[in-house]
Ligand binder design. Structure first.
Ligand code: ADP
Ligand code: ZN
Length: 631
């Protein structure tokens, strides 16, 4: 078999995605590989396909037990022999797995890094041919990354113990330069084929909303997406419990997760979510690592997270299957305070010196500020995120809440000039509160204490509200006309660029939203550009959606019988494609995206029967528009 036959037979796909082939070919040539690709881009295929074609075994090092189980289940469902070895198994189970592995039963074995130095495993590794070692979540090897795992350093030692050096392939979704360099250097990749794909997740819709009542917003949102799976992230356990109770009253199938729950309850709740018994999860950021659930249709943030890195990672758990999904952040100014409080009470690593701790704190503050700007920007949200991750020259996306709002632009150069004058006059000794208070001529006690009333700029923007002035200051920060000191005082300073405002060579434009900024209901979306992944309801007509529901129910039933999560049987994307193609026989079914020979043998007839029962065997159009256009 060649790589294309494997892709079709086991995974049910007709063609490789951008970049997959490059890495697969390299591995098959015996070259090391580094794949830096966002979540959902399809990293697994990049090592699973070569694993099946290489002569020996592929070891996949993965940090997360739940993820290993998930991947192995998915491979087994596809008809591929794979196993995992980690601390969730008993010693007897591990020995048995190793005996089978030594006999060559498994082509792919997932192991936790800790396992690599145990005598039993080393003995096994000495007996068999190991063609490739794949390092998943490879950023865990970097001390600069957010999730450094000392146990990852054992991988290097392990590889050295092998008689023949295997191909080493590494994959991650984290892409700062420093982390990339670390992966290459620490893992000792030799002349690796490196692939960095863009970080854009086209199927995700991004929005920032400022509802007056967040609970009501969440409740309405969840109720208007019945049957869909989603995650709602909150900053605190208290919020999780409150929202959980609130949603339960509405009889929403909801569960929850945070570090305050017992480990058994956490495990059970996580499983209920993964198996779609409770498809709606309310959780703190303790939830999600290692969750590979592909049919998460929305991720709501009840509070603003602490950094854009965190946000993109958490929001990115939506839509791993490539179907249109939504990421909505519910913002309130209070969130900034909550986050600062959380930073203040963050546990401090005693191994760090005072200077290092200070540097960490400054970095955290900076990240929080960037996150806050995301919530305030009136420009394209996707562009904002991608710029932050280093992608340049991007056009507005047409698929975020800012791209879909209408704004009126005002020339506010004069106000910007007053703000700059004020900061210069105050000699950069104050933060946003004092500066804004001075400009509007407020006379609260604190300001009197500082004696700001004697300055020429006192009251120079007295016709504006203090909140309005702050918004402009924030906008000026985003445009780098101003900057703040990187400590918790955040003292305002003017930058070199501010001169252009002062000498009249630059104008400062202010966007005002046409609609009222406070909304409790979701604004209707305007027609989207064609590049955007269409939502299920834009693709399937009402009969098609009805069939989708029936197939989804069938999938859930089969999943219960088989004790696997529903999305491992077929992804949402596959079910939608089934509704579009409405196949009547095996040949038709095999054309559906994600249906391979093995999956067909397992489930094909049952799904065919359901489709036949629904259409009565008559050809029927269950989607809008032309077929080509439907996907
Ligand atoms: P990652 O590990 O990069 O987050 P996965 O490997 O889990 O992504 O893949 C995400 C989804 O994309 C899975 O549902 C996978 O089956 C699907 N996928 C991967 N490669 C292809 C392909 N060539 N064609 C269609 N779907 C694919
Ligand atoms: Zn946009």
């Amino acid at each position: 078999m060649d790589k294309f036959e494997i892709l079709k037979k086991y995974f049910g796909y007709d063609c490789f995605r951008e970049g997959q082939e490059l890495l697969i070919d390299a591995a098959l040539r015996g070259q090391d590989v580094l794949g830096i690709m966002p979540t959902g881009a399809g990293k697994s295929i990049c090592y699973q396909v070569p694993a099946l074609l290489l002569s020996g075994i592929t070891l996949v090092i993965s940090p997360l037990i739940s993820l290993m189980k998930d991947q192995v289940q998915a491979l087994n469902q596809a008809g591929i022999h794979a196993a995992y070895i980690n601390s969730s198994l008993s010693e007897a189970q591990i020995s048995k797995a190793l005996v089978l592995a030594a006999k060559g039963v498994y082509k792919i074995i997932y192991v936790a890094p800790e396992r690599l130095e145990t005598p039993g495993f080393l003995r096994f590794a000495g007996q068999v041919e190991i063609s490739m070692v794949t390092v998943d979540e490879a950023h865990c090897i970097s001390q600069w990354g957010q999730d450094f795992r000392p146990s990852y350093l054992k991988i290097v030692q392990f590889i050295k113990t092998l008689r023949v050096r295997p191909i080493v392939s590494a994959f991650t979704a984290t892409a700062t330069e420093r982390v990339t360099e670390d992966i290459i250097c620490v893992l000792g990749l030799t002349g690796p084929e490196i692939l960095v794909t863009g970080f854009d997740r086209k199927n995700l819709y991004f929005a920032v909303e400022r509802p007056r009542k967040k609970e009501a917003y969440v409740k309405n949102y969840v109720l208007s997406h019945p049957g869909d799976s989603g995650i709602i992230y909150c900053a605190t356990r208290k919020n999780v419990d409150m929202l959980y109770d609130h949603l339960r009253l509405e009889e929403i199938p909801v569960t929850r997760y945070h570090a305050g729950l017992g480990s058994e309850e956490r495990r059970q709740n996580q499983e209920d979510f993964i198996y779609d018994k409770a498809p709606v999860m309310v959780a703190t950021n303790a939830f999600g690592m290692g969750i590979d659930k592909s049919n998460v249709r929305y991720v709501l943030h009840y509070n603003m997270p602490q950094s854009l890195e965190n946000y993109y990672q958490e929001a990115g758990r939506a839509g791993r299957d490539g179907e249109a999904s939504e990421c909505i952040l519910l913002y309130s100014a209070q969130d900034v305070m909550v986050n600062r409080f959380l930073l203040d009470s963050k546990e401090q690593n005693p191994d760090f010196t005072r200077e290092e701790l200070l540097a960490i704190r400054e970095r955290d503050e900076e990240r929080l500020r960037i996150m806050n700007y995301y919530c305030m920007t009136k420009n394209c949200l996707r562009t904002y995120i991608l710029r932050y991750f280093g992608e340049r020259s991007l056009k507005d996306c047409g698929n975020c809440s800012n791209c879909q709002k209408e704004f009126i632009q005002h020339d506010m150069t004069e106000a910007a000039r007053h703000i700059i004058d004020c900061i210069v006059e105050l000699r950069g000794r104050y933060g946003i509160n004092v500066v804004a208070g001075t400009l509007v001529g407020d006379n609260r006690a604190k300001l009197k204490e500082y004696g700001v009333a004697r300055y020429a700029s006192y009251g120079s923007l007295k016709d504006m509200s203090e909140a309005g002035v702050k918004e402009i200051i924030n906008q000026m920060l985003m445009e780098e006309l101003l900057t703040v000191t990187p400590d918790k005082y955040a003292l305002l300073k003017v930058t070199k660029a501010a001169e252009e405002i002062q000498n009249g060579t630059r104008t400062f434009l202010w966007k005002e939203c046409k609609k009222a900024p406070e909304t409790d209901t979701k604004p209707d979306k305007k027609s989207k550009s064609t590049a955007v992944q269409k939502r299920r309801s834009d693709v399937l007509n009402s009969k098609g959606l009805e069939l989708f529901e029936r197939l989804r129910i069938l999938r859930t039933e089969l999943a219960r019988e088989q004790h696997v999560p529903p999305y491992i049987i077929f992804s949402d994307k596959t079910l939608v494609d089934m509704c579009i193609k409405a196949p009547v026989n095996k040949a038709g079914m095999l054309k559906v995206i994600g249906v391979g020979e093995n999956k067909f043998a397992k489930y094909g007839e049952q799904f065919l029967a359901e489709i036949r029962a629904f259409t009565g065997g008559r050809p029927e159009k269950l989607y809008f528009g032309e077929m080509e256009e439907a996907r």
